[in-house]
Design a protein around this ligand. Structure first.
Ligand SMILES: [Zn+2]
Length: 309
């Protein structure tokens, strides 16, 4: 597949020394892609700066303004583990804008798959709340953007080791967006049980695969080789958005899942193979992943798989 990568150095300006979600994550990823000669094979996509109005497709406009004001006043912590510095509002607009620009390029047919090497991550951010290292929900804004363009079936897969409470909440009563998540459970942020299936017309369009601590390649093969394709083909989506968090890796310092690099490769393979079968555009947006070596390797494998599909 013709593959694009969204990246800009502005993403390094959101940083807190000693925090696991820091700029070194993207530096490690870009060095790995460069070192393995992959950057020249990828179409570079320059992210745009999302407008506050676009971010408000998924967030309370008053909250968007609150983040802007908080950052311009010098920043600090929005919750116990979510920092925002003086540049973070700007960076977060570019993270959302990276996803939107990636979507535009996919819809124009310039590329068939896109990897967004963006930060801060997004899947914990709710309508009016920053949470779990996330300011704005990049993928959720992307899904709303597609709905606004007339799409009727958007599939979101979230393989980050943490449940994407923000994304689930955004589309819980929506049948035009299917949210599928695998994650360690019980664990942060507390949501993500099997019983959370959606509500109203969204009932049946929210699927959680809670995994116990220690779950690894065998469990992920069941989830992505069997459960996911069945739901994906039944829904017959027009677009696949992936919250690509690589913290389910065995070496990740923040979680207790046990996925090997090979197992992660299989997950990515199943996602891309299913998207390819339906010829749907696919966009991955970076979420978690805190062991720099495992993160960089797994992202490299992801884009390699995209290129060879
Ligand atoms: Zn995570």
């Amino acid at each position: 597949m013709k593959t694009g990568i969204v990246y800009k150095d502005v993403y390094l300006k959101h940083n807190e020394k000693g925090h696991p979600e820091n700029k070194d994550r993207l530096i490690a990823i870009m060095q790995e892609l460069e070192g393995k000669g992959l950057l020249k094979e990828l179409t570079h996509i320059e992210p745009r700066r999302a407008r506050a109005q676009e971010v408000s497709l998924n967030h309370d406009p008053a909250y968007v303004q609150e983040v802007a004001d908080f950052c311009s006043a010098g920043g600090g912590h929005l919750d116990v583990d979510t920092y925002a510095g003086v540049d973070s509002y700007e960076v977060a607009l570019y993270a959302v804008g990276g996803v939107l620009e990636g979507i535009d390029r996919l819809l124009e047919g310039e590329v068939e798959a896109v990897f967004c090497a963006v930060r801060p991550p997004g899947h914990h951010a709710e309508y009016a709340t920053a949470m779990g290292f996330c300011l704005f929900n990049n993928v959720a804004v992307g899904a709303h953007y597609l709905l606004q363009k007339g799409f009727e079936r958007v599939f979101i897969v979230d393989f980050d080791a943490h449940h994407g409470n923000g994304t689930q909440r955004s589309f819980y009563e929506e049948d035009r967006v299917f949210y599928f998540s695998s994650h360690q459970y019980p664990f942060y942020p507390g949501t993500g049980s099997r019983e959370e299936k959606g509500a109203g017309k969204g009932y049946g369009y929210n699927h959680n695969e809670p995994l116990p601590a220690g779950a690894g390649d065998r469990e992920f093969e069941r989830v992505y080789g069997e459960v996911f394709p069945k739901l994906f083909f039944e829904y017959s989506p027009q677009f696949l958005l992936v919250s690509a968090g690589y913290d389910a890796h065995a070496d990740d310092p923040l979680t207790y899942l046990n996925l090997s690099t090979q197992g992660m490769t299989r997950v990515v393979h199943h996602l891309l193979e299913s998207a390819k079968k339906l010829s749907v555009p696919v966009l991955f947006a970076l979420e978690g992943g805190y062991n720099l070596r495992a993160l960089a390797q797994c992202v490299r494998i992801t884009v390699e798989k995209m290129l060879e599909m």
